[in-house]
Design a protein around this ligand. Structure first.
Ligand code: FNR
Length: 186
């Protein structure tokens, strides 16, 4: 059976550079299929909702995470941290703690910015939050894309920079290799 990588974009912007980067991954390998996991319709996290009953959007978000073999988060950086919408989604995915759907799920991190630091601060923060949730984040590798506006054809919404494509392909192959050969820990 073909295995699946879920894609979460940390930007809700229609013409998001990060979404274009995430989309570019979907053409890079044949051995895996890709599925978007959307976070735009999740309510703001509120523990009271866990008592009164979580909305259907939360339930389907969690089951989408459960159904994939790994997840790649492609996110911008806001004010040297992760966007609030992404933190909100991760908080939902972290509950209930005993059966959190992201626990031990392999996750890769990619970020793109028109700026020069490639979302380094946001990625550090996302990694720290995921580690607190006992998520397996691809170790040692970083995929930081700076000056992204020069690497994309915004009209066609495609990545055009060959070097960035090669970096992304290598990152994706490392991620897949890691999923395929890392045994799950019970
Ligand atoms: C930004 N941006 C930004 N960029 C960066 O490299 N470091 C940062 O700390 C910030 N901070 C920041 C805060 C807020 C509130 C906004 C709206 C933007 C710029 C950001 O990288 C740029 O808007 C990207 O285009 C956002 O990614 P998408 O939506 O194109 O994927």
């Amino acid at each position: 059976m073909t295995r699946t990588i879920g894609l979460i974009c940390g930007s809700l912007r229609e013409n998001s550079y990060n979404r274009i980067i995430a989309q570019s991954l979907t053409d890079m390998v044949d051995s895996y299929q890709f599925r978007w996991i959307e976070i735009n319709d999740l309510p703001l996290f509120n523990e009271d909702l866990e008592i009164s009953g979580v909305p259907e959007t939360v339930a389907s978000f969690k089951s989408a995470i459960q159904d994939v073999d790994g997840i790649i988060i492609v996110s911008p950086e806001y004010n040297s941290g992760m966007p609030g919408v992404l933190k909100n989604a991760l908080d939902w995915a972290s509950r209930p703690r005993e059966s959190a759907v992201l626990t031990q799920k392999p996750v890769g991190l990619i970020g793109a910015t028109p700026g020069g630091m490639g979302t380094a601060f946001a990625q550090m923060q996302i990694r720290q939050v995921l580690e607190a949730m006992q998520v397996h984040v691809l170790p040692f590798q970083k995929m930081l894309i700076s000056q992204v506006h020069k690497k994309i054809d915004s009209d066609r919404k495609v990545l055009t920079d060959d070097q960035t494509k090669r970096y992304l392909e290598r990152y994706l192959q490392q991620f897949i290799h890691w999923i395929d050969y890392t045994p799950a820990i019970d």
